[in-house]
Design a binder for this molecule. Structure first.
Ligand SMILES: CC(=O)N[C@H]1[C@@H](OP(=O)(O)OP(=O)(O)OC[C@H]2O[C@@H](n3ccc(=O)[nH]c3=O)[C@H](O)[C@@H]2O)O[C@H](CO)[C@@H](O)[C@@H]1O
Ligand SMILES: C=C(OP(=O)(O)O)C(=O)O
Length: 471
């Protein structure tokens, strides 16, 4: 008999080819260059999830830490790097500079001593946001960098002015020419420590300037810095390499520059956004699952909101959490709640689209305000195809929850960004009937082994390049 560990044949993923490069337990092989149709996820929704899911390392920690290896002499051994198309692209960017990037037993070893270029591959930089983080380290170690403008999710203008102002404060000459940021230090000595205030606590600008300041001469004080857990993780790596960074996780960073940093061994922290995603997956399907490893203090905001909506969240051990939204545990049904995204410790913008999928299924009216990115609502039109009742006005969405009496309906939808795409997966898991999601390469940027993990929890989901669900 079919069970979640032994699913019927039509629900088993097709045999792997290089098409599934981002899903292989073999990180950092290059994406295929020939044209292969974008795979789709097909979900037969409406069933509950159960069991345990294991969380991978954080994408948003791994990317800046991979960039930070540029600051280091010798090799850095990074553990728990998630196997994603984004980390694969970041490895290509490092290789395009002349760095050696190898994977060994699931760990990634980077040696940047052989860097021969300060201009990373333009097309790779344009694929992800994190590629731009090499700007600060290249400038700090080699006194020069030419970096194309970054890609990443299309969720707003995402300028880089704060990076440029900060690097200028550290003594660099920085210009935007030919669609590239061209930077150099002309004093013959290198960057010089300085005090400056960021106009907004940008995560990427804080990380870039922190890496640059670690090799600048003298002291740097960065105020109004981002306080995200990924900043603490990057500071942890840099400190292990010999840097002096104080205040990570607060709004002021105090950095004393060192002429040389040395590669070290470091383990990337678990991905708090992936944890949040699976918590929301359990809630939207009214299920009970356990999740580990969970960095509890990084998720307070989401835990409070979900508990307020009626979910029962238990800490099973130091690093394991259980979320239950099964009808016997939550009484009538989950209730809607309001969220406003904000920099950490506020509600994470990366969980906004996924929370919207959940709220579409709860009882009552919820208001979502997106305050970090000005254009992060493109998933709404797709969620509406499931029958979700959502009205948008600017950066505010009002969700009229349907409650369990009137479930979402499976639909054909298209992902146009990472978390927006994942919100469609959640809606598909909750919906009655078949959902087909195209544009899945966006989701592959941030979720390792997505359909395998969901299948392990009992979801009926496959990856396919065919156009219809094989029933
Ligand atoms: C690879 C990575 O780590 N990505 C994360 C990082 O993105 P990222 O580092 O790009 O996000 P930022 O914190 O920089 O962006 C926040 C806001 O600041 C603005 N801004 C940013 C830089 C700048 O020079 N000028 C400026 O105006 C942006 O347009 C945006 O409106 O933090 C975001 C906010 O938590 C997350 O959603 C992303 O998942
Ligand atoms: C916005 C995101 O990623 P990026 O900054 O890499 O585009 C995200 O992870 O949700």
């Amino acid at each position: 008999m079919a069970s979640k560990f032994n699913p019927p044949q039509y629900l088993v993923s097709p045999p792997r080819t290089e098409l599934y490069y981002s899903q292989y337990p073999k990180p950092f092989i290059s994406p295929p260059t020939t044209h292969i149709p974008d795979p789709k996820l097909v979900i037969n929704g409406g069933s509950t999830l159960s069991g345990h899911v294991t969380i991978n390392g954080s994408k948003n920690s791994a990317l800046p830490i991979l960039a930070a290896t540029i600051c280091c002499s010798g090799s850095s051994k990074l553990k728990n790097v998630p196997c994603l198309s984004d980390t694969s692209t970041m490895a290509s960017i490092l290789k395009s500079l002349g760095a050696r990037v190898t994977s060994f037993d699931g760990d990634i070893v980077v040696n940047t001593d052989g860097i021969v270029s300060v201009e990373p591959d333009l097309s790779d930089i344009g694929k992800i946001r994190g590629g731009f983080f090499v700007l600060g380290p290249l400038l700090a170690r080699f006194g020069e960098a030419i970096v194309g403008l970054p890609g990443g999710c299309d969720i707003g203008a995402r300028p880089v002015d704060l990076y440029i102002h900060g690097l200028r404060a550290l003594g660099a000459t920085v210009e935007l020419r030919d669609g590239k940021v061209q930077a150099h230090v002309s004093n013959g000595k290198g960057l010089t420590g300085a005090s400056f205030r960021l106009g907004y606590p940008s995560v990427g600008a804080t990380e870039t300037l922190m890496m640059a300041a670690c090799m600048a001469e003298g002291k740097t004080v960065i105020s109004n810095a981002a306080q995200e857990p990924e900043i603490i993780d990057l500071a942890g790596f840099l400190t292990n390499c010999g840097a002096v960074v104080e205040g990570a996780g607060t709004d002021t960073l105090y950095i004393t520059g060192r002429r040389k940093l040395y590669g070290c061994e470091y383990s990337i922290m678990p991905d708090r956004i992936e944890v949040g995603t699976y918590m929301l997956a359990a809630a939207v399907t009214r299920s009970c699952i356990s999740i580990s490893p969970v960095p509890h203090r990084n998720l307070t905001c989401l835990v409070d909101k979900l508990s307020g909506g009626g979910c029962k969240i238990l800490q099973l051990s130091d690093d394991t959490l259980e979320l239950s939204a099964v009808p016997q545990m939550i009484g009538d049904d989950l209730r809607g709640f309001n969220i406003k995204t904000n920099p950490f410790p506020g509600f994470p913008t990366d969980l906004q689209p996924l929370t919207m999928a959940l709220l579409s299924t709860c009882k009552g009216v919820s208001v979502i305000e997106e305050s970090v990115f000005e254009n992060r609502m493109s998933h709404v039109t797709e969620l509406q195809k499931f029958g979700a009742n959502i009205q948008v006005s600017g950066s505010r969405a009002t969700v009229y929850g349907k409650g369990k009496a009137s479930p979402l309906r499976g639909s054909q939808v298209n992902a146009t960004d990472l978390r927006g795409g994942m919100s469609l997966v959640l809606a598909g898991l909750a919906a009655e009937g078949i959902t087909e999601i195209s544009g899945i390469s966006h989701v592959d940027r941030g979720y390792e082994n997505l359909e395998m993990k969901l299948q392990g929890l009992g979801a009926n989901v496959i990856r396919t390049t065919t156009t219809t669900f094989p029933v």
